[in-house]
Design a protein. Structure first.
Length: 167
């Protein structure tokens, strides 16, 4: 457990938001309660807290966008030798959004990918690509996974290069 994580107060963040979808809320709260690291806590990210959204790629399972997350990435900095940490955020962080496209023909669950990635994150804690949370475009109702932005790579490339470690 990271010293910046407070077992009694940080899990309280699970009561301060809603996606307006009970399945998503329950799933995310389960992972938030299992978390032991301030920087790795997943969040429901309101879509209006993302700006400068630009499409940067498209694959067989959806499109990928870059965006600016106004609230930013969580950071915990050690501030002295007594293991005191300061919690903060890196405001206006560049992130990647992976669209979770639904297909009505084959009953595809758009959240299945998010659930699988979060399960891998818990089981294989030392993954290089951070997952910050999930969001939904309120106009189109499309869900997106919010990832660390990789300047010179893609999720596909990361999974291909780290397949042996992840399986």
């Amino acid at each position: 457990m990271q010293p910046a994580w407070c077992l009694s107060c940080d899990p309280d963040m699970t009561t301060k938001w809603t996606s307006r979808n009970k399945d998503i809320d329950d799933f995310m709260k389960m992972f938030q309660l299992r978390n032991r690291n301030f920087e790795d806590a997943i969040e429901w990210i309101p879509f209006d807290r993302l700006s400068h959204i630009k499409k940067i790629g498209k694959g067989g399972f959806g499109s990928v966008y870059s965006a600016t997350w106004l609230d930013g990435i969580r950071k915990a900095e050690k501030i002295d030798s007594n293991n005191y940490y300061k919690k903060s955020r890196i405001l206006n962080s560049i992130v990647a959004l992976k669209a979770l496209t639904s297909s009505k023909e084959n009953n595809f669950d758009p959240l299945k990918e998010f659930k699988s990635l979060m399960t891998c994150k818990v089981q294989y804690y030392n993954t290089k690509l951070a997952i910050y949370g999930i969001t939904q475009n309120v106009e189109t109702k499309e869900y997106f996974i919010v990832f660390q932005y990789a300047n010179n790579g893609s999720l596909y490339k990361y999974l291909r290069n780290n397949f042996d470690r992840l399986t």
